[in-house]
Write a protein of this length. Structure first.
Length: 162
């Protein structure tokens, strides 16, 4: 939760743009930008980075997607760079999914998700917890089955859409 902005600052929201994930909500999710006296004015000795940091109106582009939950309340949703658009026009926040899968399974040590706008699915690269998986599986085929079942279980419990 971001909460209230300082009175000396003002904010703007871009969107809801097509490239932003949308959930069913009364308040739309938008890309958050900010301007005010308490913010950085530039990068020291780096004019290009300074130009990239601010939009045409002088607002600092945070790169965050926020949801406005009331007139004075913002909730942080995701970094805009962590959102992928798949072929069937669905937007996916990969870092959130990676966290869910890695945290909810004793069989998964790490997860990397890759998506491409030419395909309607994600590719998951898993690093298994070999000791835990080894108790249930004795070869590669059964290990894949255990991991696939684990992915399906987590998706069902978290009510993730496939």
């Amino acid at each position: 939760m971001l909460g209230l902005a300082a009175k000396s600052n003002s904010s703007t929201y871009q969107g809801p743009a097509e490239a932003r994930p949308q959930r069913r909500s009364v308040w739309p999710e938008r890309l958050f930008s900010h301007v005010g006296v308490s913010l950085s004015k530039s990068y020291r000795r780096d004019e290009r980075a300074t130009r990239d940091l601010f939009d045409d109106e002088g607002f600092l582009d945070t790169g965050d997607i926020v949801e406005q939950r009331g007139p004075d309340t913002l909730v942080w949703i995701e970094r805009a760079k962590n959102v992928l658009k798949l072929a069937h026009r669905e937007f996916v926040a990969t870092s959130r999914l990676e966290e869910i899968y890695a945290a909810r399974s004793p069989f998964i040590r790490q997860v990397f998700l890759h998506g491409d706008s030419f395909y309607s699915y994600l590719l998951a690269v898993l690093v298994p917890e070999l000791e835990a998986v080894g108790r249930l599986a004795n070869d590669d085929a059964s290990m894949k089955g255990v991991l696939r079942a684990e992915l399906d279980r987590i998706a069902r419990e978290e009510k993730l859409r496939s």
